[in-house]
Design a protein around this ligand. Structure first.
Ligand SMILES: C[S@@+](CC[C@H](N)C(=O)[O-])C[C@H]1O[C@@H](n2cnc3c(N)ncnc32)[C@H](O)[C@@H]1O
Length: 240
């Protein structure tokens, strides 16, 4: 019987492609366990830790591994964030599909990450700007970001290392860090601008001064991102 091959959707594929060859991967919040299974199947890694805070998602990961005959190569851990994982057990930590605030709390609770021996791959579902700020203020540098279009949504994946980082510009904070080479960058900026425009619409309905000030601030940021998009498009069409 032909061996079954697991295929990944673009968001997960983008994450999997960034895991270094032979990494000692820890997939935190693994849920379905697709990323470790995909990488093991292709011989990109030899072993992985698949961790989740929930017994049910971890069971899901176990079923996926069973389906592809890979249970022996995966260490299943029921734990909150990195609480059940030792620093020396991994060199690549993937945290995906969770809100920015949850990712921050997982990183905060693992002070050993600050020694700089681990590559982090982070894919926040929300509060991207909050996560970017937290990282740069807490000894982490976003090396670059990658974008993936999956079922009509653009997701960003951050490659992060514990290193001193310069403060981010406002464009980086809302539009991503070192991501201009990604063909989806213009669409990502549009998505951010549209999100802000929606928020402004709601705020303008309020008579509250604070709400009006916030709306003014968002409009200023929208203009900055629009300007960046124009410059990016000009660069692209001139071949820079
Ligand atoms: C939406 S799923 C994402 C699954 C997968 N990482 C992905 O990107 O497709 C989020 C998973 O994170 C788990 N999770 C949430 N908070 C967690 C925490 N503090 N520690 C470990 N897992 C957590 C949830 O139980 C759930 O299985």
């Amino acid at each position: 019987m032909a061996e079954k091959n697991l295929h990944l959707q673009p968001r997960l594929r983008c994450l999997a492609d960034l895991v270094p060859q032979q990494a000692r991967l820890a997939d935190i919040g693994t849920d379905h366990g697709y990323i470790p299974v995909y990488l093991l199947q292709r011989g990109r890694i030899d072993r992985a830790i698949a961790a989740d805070i929930g017994a049910e998602p971890l069971e899901h990961a176990r079923r996926t591994a069973e389906e592809y005959g890979l249970t022996e190569q995966i260490d299943f851990r029921l734990c909150d964030g990195l609480a059940g994982i030792g620093a020396e057990e991994t060199d690549c930590i993937l945290i995906a599909g969770m809100g920015g605030e949850t990712i921050i709390s997982i990183l905060e609770n693992a002070p050993w990450l600050r020694y700089g021996e681990h590559r982090l791959l982070l894919q926040p579902q929300s509060r991207q700007e909050l996560l970017r700020t937290w990282l740069t203020e807490h000894g982490f540098r976003i090396l670059r970001e990658h974008l993936a279009l999956d079922k009509g949504t653009i997701y960003n994946v951050m490659q992060v290392q514990a290193e001193v980082s310069a403060p981010l510009s406002e464009v980086e904070l809302y539009g991503g860090v070192n991501v201009e080479e990604d063909p989806l960058y213009g669409d990502y900026l549009d998505w951010q601008i549209n999100k802000m425009a929606q928020a402004v619409k709601g705020l303008r309905l309020s008579k509250n001064d604070d709400a009006q000030q916030r709306a003014d601030e968002l409009e200023r940021l929208m203009a900055l991102l629009n300007e960046k998009k124009g410059a990016w498009q000009r660069d692209k069409s001139s071949g820079n």
